[in-house]
Design a protein around this ligand. Structure first.
Ligand code: ADP
Ligand code: MG
Length: 210
């Protein structure tokens, strides 16, 4: 069980959490119940109170770093999306493949092919040269999902992805979540809106007071 304290506050107390391959799993619970903290521990942003054993895709791991999580196929769509607004769609989608390489070592042609393939998989054609800041929040979210798929994500956490979307944008995102799930990608979806949860989730975990 995962435990986490912040000073005197016990944010998570012995929480067990399991996601099945390809399922849409809703993580529900009121504000402050520990949902984001749980996601941050599973994806290596925070370390838990005690050494924790995680089983990821059949492999047991003792501790996880953000890079380790990504390399193992676990990605997060953060509430603030963690994108670069002054960069292009291409640079945002391909960021993890480009970072650390010298400009001449980047295979732009191949990257573009892969980025187009990922966007096609999501059913959303986007112009790769477009500056990110020209896109709506809903489109930026798709860029963040595309970036996860570029990293071959098999498990994607979405932390309150619908909070700032309109009804039709929400419907479109739910379609994309269905598509990912049909492709074998598990999605853990955080939402307050019960209607959304019931519409999309195959299983639900409710956190209460950690
Ligand atoms: P949720 O995502 O379900 O709204 P959080 O995981 O963000 O809940 O927060 C769980 C509890 O931990 C809350 O009481 C919150 O104030 C506290 N908390 C979260 N992150 C920190 C932090 N970095 N430092 C101190 N307290 C935190
Ligand atoms: Mg939260």
């Amino acid at each position: 069980g995962i435990s986490k304290t912040f000073g005197d506050l016990q944010a998570l107390d012995d929480v067990d959490f399991e996601v099945r391959a390809g399922e849409v799993h809703c993580l529900a619970g009121e504000n402050g119940s520990g949902k984001s903290t749980l996601i941050k521990i599973i994806t290596g942003v925070y370390q838990p109170q005690k050494a924790e054993l995680f089983e990821l895709f059949g492999e047991t791991v003792r501790s996880i770093s953000p890079t380790g999580a990504r390399n193992r196929g676990v990605s997060v769509i953060w509430q603030d999306l963690a994108l670069f607004s002054h960069m292009s769609v291409r640079e945002n989608i391909c960021f993890d493949d480009m970072v650390g390489l010298k400009p001449k070592a980047v295979h732009y042609g191949e990257m573009d092919r892969k980025a187009h393939a990922v966007l096609e998989r999501l059913g959303v054609p986007l112009e790769l040269d477009m500056p990110l800041e020209a896109l709506s929040i809903a489109r930026r979210q798709i860029v963040a999902i595309a970036r996860a798929l570029m990293n071959d994500a098999r498990l994607i956490f979405m932390d309150e992805p619908t909070a700032s979307l309109s009804r039709s944008e929400t419907d479109h995102l739910l379609d994309i979540v269905h598509k990912l799930s049909a492709d074998g990608v598990a999605v853990v979806f955080v939402s307050h809106r019960l209607a959304e949860v019931l519409e999309i989730a195959s299983r639900v975990t409710v956190l209460r007071d950690g």
